[in-house]
Design a protein around this ligand. Structure first.
Ligand SMILES: [Zn+2]
Ligand SMILES: [Zn+2]
Length: 886
């Protein structure tokens, strides 16, 4: 063996020392920036932009890892590959965070004013933006930083205004009074998707409304009695015979004494409450529709801060929940409260701050989504866009087919301001991409922009094309659009993916991407969703510091499948770190074995059976990995690479090679060692980029000139399977050899054979015997077996006092006395049996003790019973072992 070279690899892998060095190297070389080549089809991923609200969490690390795997793989396949990073201003989410910061300083945003508050948010968002970029770099994300975008950048902002104006001009954006979800804390409207529905144990209140000019009553049931103040009718189902005579009559609203009609409407469920329901059009979406059909007026009873307004009469100024109690007290006094029943129902909460939302009719901007949804449905039905996993296709279609108009205005300050100006003189509404100087109708310069901003998802919906330069006809847009894969969590399929498909098709006439890959959500060891509240979040940077980036990436993607949730456990992280160390040790061995100027060419005429085996397995693994990657089965691809590298190459091929190198005769295994290692590192590079680059560079330096290839593994070619290398015979023989060694090792461990003791092995392998026989010295060395002999047939084998191991394609017979010294073993077993008996009788005694049985909790008793059964079983097995010794 050669002398250790001066620049020998350190003994252990220290991820922290190499990761940042290689990232900087890649960045400096410009490898992340694609070259536009019109002859080649590019591979493009637009990164889901993280919110500028904070630091990256483990979910972002998963997104970055999966996308980087795809990007690095396609780049190595020679495709122009663009991964465009960016961040999202995240309207409400960011504003809430900064408001909370301001509150801690004792500052109220309304007192600070719009401009100053915006400046504070902007400053904070900018610092977060830089931090997010740095964190992505720590994760190894090979994205093109030169093309990084921010939703509030001038380009994407102009795209937002352009899209708005175009939709408005097509009549697809309108302003109207609708019921929206109002968060009183955030003081803004929210879309349906931004409200969490929680089941609440509330009450159902039965209230009597007196009929006008009569002593009769009609009783209605409600969960929100304060909304009585906003009622404009009582409704019954037209088919409900009980109320037939009442329809058309009038009732006097309790508390405020307004006179309202009793009407009939199909929407009323005769089974709910008494069958007669109150209609509060300004505060309930169903009632709003009833009111539209029946031309009922809207009476809004709430101020934006959800205190009661002037329409609430004597209750004006009260908070909504205080008002509820006050009304109940008054109804009680007047004898109008019939009964109260406990009632479980679902109540909307603000997703951001968890305040109970209030449905309120208000003037908002909406998108009429039906016409946009039609082509988006068709694109998925016709498979122009594929959703992985397939089961989400149905979820998508179902939502799109029942889509409701999208409320896009938000009463916030942080975001894209709605490009609409109102003339103070003639009332004209001007909708324009660029700020107008004067009213388009009367020329007055007294115009005011709509104070609201757009829902943050509006700009996100344009992200695939706004980042590439739309509405301008840029080179990037022409070349990189439509993009290839949209990879994101299944939890934002509707928020984001569906809207990108609608807006991509609307703005560009083409789909935004051809594949949607949805990953699962991360959970902790117990399967709980990770959240700050639960305190089970895993911080990616802490994890990287402890285990290394590659180990984190390995843990995140090992064994995952699309759409299924992932449990991130410390043992997975350890497995990742151990794998990196295993590769380090293997490479260190190979590198040390390469003599200066050594020939590393694999020559077909001098390779041995085990060489043919590992080359065949490399070819098979390469084919499988490539097929799995093409099918988005990254978890399984990584598992197969791991199993091949660890379980075949490191554990077996290298062990055989050590024997050959030690013997110093016959053809050297070095060319095959180098070839398999080098190819495997390239195969693994997309998954574990740092350790593979470090090892590949260490190996490369030791190779003869002319063999060194590219400057970096990340631009080297991804291996292709060599079909000619497949050798079933070699695989069968080596599998049998490995199985034999394995079985002898297991038998030794089971029987606690001392490590320096040789055991005898007789092998019966039928037609494989001649091929396996060649490996008897290796079997001997690796299983510590001597002598290893081969039997012509099973009949020749002794049957008394032997351990017979029946394997897949062979049988191994080990005489018992070669494993254990019968006298010493007998003594050991007898001692064990004595100890075991004592324990059994102690447990039996305990379980017969009445005091114990009555006092101890049942679970403790059951545990003791299980223990006894287990100990008895062990005693039985010990006795059997003793009997076998004779
Ligand atoms: Zn809120
Ligand atoms: Zn005007």
């Amino acid at each position: 063996m050669a002398e250790a070279p001066k620049d020998e690899m350190p003994k252990a892998y220290e991820a922290g020392k190499v990761e940042q060095k290689w990232y900087k190297f890649w960045l400096d070389k410009g490898y992340f920036t694609p070259k536009i080549d019109p002859k080649k089809k590019p591979f493009v991923i637009i990164m889901p932009p993280p919110n500028v609200t904070g630091e990256l969490h483990i979910g972002h690390a998963l997104t970055a890892t999966l996308e980087d795997i795809m990007i690095r793989w396609h780049r190595m396949m020679g495709e122009p590959t663009l991964w465009l990073p960016g961040v999202d201003h995240a309207g409400i989410a960011t504003q809430v965070v900064v408001e909370q910061m301001l509150a801690r300083e004792g500052v109220d945003r309304h007192k600070l004013g719009r401009e100053k508050t915006q400046a504070r948010i902007k400053q904070w968002a900018e610092s977060r933006r830089q931090m997010i970029a740095r964190q992505h770099q720590r994760l190894g994300a090979s994205c093109d930083w030169g093309r990084e975008r921010y939703t509030l950048d001038e380009g994407p902002s102009r795209a937002v205004r352009t899209a708005f104006v175009r939709l408005f001009e097509k009549g697809l954006i309108y302003r109207g009074e609708r019921i929206i979800n109002w968060c009183p804390r955030c003081a803004t409207a929210l879309s349906d998707l931004e409200t969490d529905h929680k089941d609440i144990q509330g009450n159902l209140y039965y209230v009597r409304y007196p009929l006008e000019g009569s002593k009769e009553f009609i009783t209605v049931a409600t969960t929100r009695p304060e909304t009585i103040l906003g009622d404009t009718a009582v409704a019954v189902n037209p088919k409900d015979k009980r109320f037939k005579a009442m329809v058309g009559k009038k009732v006097i609203l309790p508390a405020v004494k307004r006179v309202i009609p009793i009407i009939a409407d199909e929407a009323v469920d005769p089974e709910f409450g008494t069958g007669a329901v109150k209609i509060t059009p300004a505060h309930d979406p169903v009632d709003f529709e009833v009111a539209q059909r029946n031309h009922l007026p809207l009476v809004n009873i709430l101020h934006p801060d959800v205190t009661m307004n002037e329409n609430a009469g004597p209750y004006a100024g009260l908070d909504r929940f205080h008002c509820r109690q006050a009304i109940l007290d008054d109804l009680e006094k007047e004898g109008l409260l019939v009964k109260i029943e406990p009632y479980g129902h679902s109540v909307g909460h603000c997703m951001r701050c968890q305040t109970i939302i209030e449905p309120i009719a208000s003037q908002q901007w909406f998108i009429n989504t039906k016409p946009l949804a039609e082509p988006a449905i068709e694109a998925v039905q016709t498979k122009r866009i594929n959703i992985i996993p397939e089961r989400f296709t149905k979820v998508y279609l179902n939502w799109m087919e029942n889509i409701r108009d999208w409320c896009i205005s938000r009463q916030l300050w942080w975001g894209h301001r709605i490009p609409v100006w109102y003339c103070q003189d003639c009332g004209e509404v001007t909708v324009a991409v660029d700020e107008p100087k004067a009213c388009s109708k009367c020329g007055s310069s007294s115009i005011e922009q709509d104070p609201d901003v757009l829902d943050t998802w509006f700009s996100s919906a344009l992200w695939t094309h706004s980042t590439l330069g739309w509405p301008d006809d840029t080179e990037d847009l022409g070349y990189f659009y439509p993009t290839t894969v949209m990879e994101t969590g299944y939890d934002i399929l509707f928020f984001w993916v569906a809207r990108m498909i609608m807006m991509g098709l609307e703005d560009t006439g083409d789909i935004p991407f051809s594949t949607v890959y949805l990953h699962g959500l991360l959970r902790d060891e117990k399967g709980e969703k990770m959240s700050k509240v639960r305190g089970n979040v895993v911080d990616p940077l802490d994890t990287i510091a402890k285990y290394g980036t590659d180990a984190l990436r390995f843990a995140l993607t090992n064994d995952i499948s699309p759409g299924n949730d992932i449990k991130l456990t410390p043992s997975r992280l350890e497995a990742g770190r151990n794998f990196a160390n295993k590769l380090w040790n293997a490479t260190r061995f190979v590198v040390r074995s390469i003599e200066t100027g050594a020939d590393v060419e694999v020559k077909q005429d001098t390779i041995t059976l085990e060489d043919r085996w590992i080359l065949s397995r490399l070819s098979g693994t390469t084919a499988n990995v490539t097929r799995l990657m093409a099918n988005f089965q990254f978890g399984e691809a990584q598992r197969q690479l791991h199993d091949f590298l660890w379980g075949e190459f490191c554990d077996w091929y290298i062990e055989f090679a050590k024997i050959r190198l030690g013997a110093g005769e016959g053809p050297s295994p070095l060319p095959v060692l180098v070839h398999v290692l080098e190819s495997s590192l390239r195969l693994l590079h997309p998954f574990m980029p740092f350790v593979t680059e470090e090892l590949w560079q260490s190996l490369r330096k030791r190779l003869p000139a002319g063999w060194q290839g590219h400057d970096s593994i990340m631009i080297a070619a991804y291996p292709e399977a060599d079909k000619k290398a497949i050798d079933r015979k070699a695989e069968r023989v080596m599998e049998a050899v490995i199985e034999i060694i394995h079985a002898i090792r297991n038998a030794r461990a089971e029987h606690r054979v001392e490590s320096n003791r040789w055991v005898e092995a007789q092998v019966c392998a039928g037609e494989l015997t001649p091929a396996i026989k060649v490996y008897s010295p290796a079997i001997g060395t690796l299983a510590k077996a001597r002598p290893v002999s081969f039997l012509e047939s099973r009949e020749d084998a002794p049957t008394e006092n032997v351990l017979a191991l029946v394997l897949g394609s062979s049988e191994v017979i080990i005489p018992m006395e070669s494993m254990v010294d019968p006298v010493a073993e007998k003594k050991r077993l007898e001692q064990e049996i004595a100890r075991s008996r004592a324990e059994v009788s102690r447990l039996e005694g305990r379980l017969e003790d009445k005091a114990f049985l009555t006092k101890a909790p049942p679970a403790v008793v059951a545990k003791e019973r299980d223990k006894l059964a287990e100990r008895k079983d062990r005693l039985g097995r010990l006795k059997q072992s003793l009997d076998r010794l004779g």
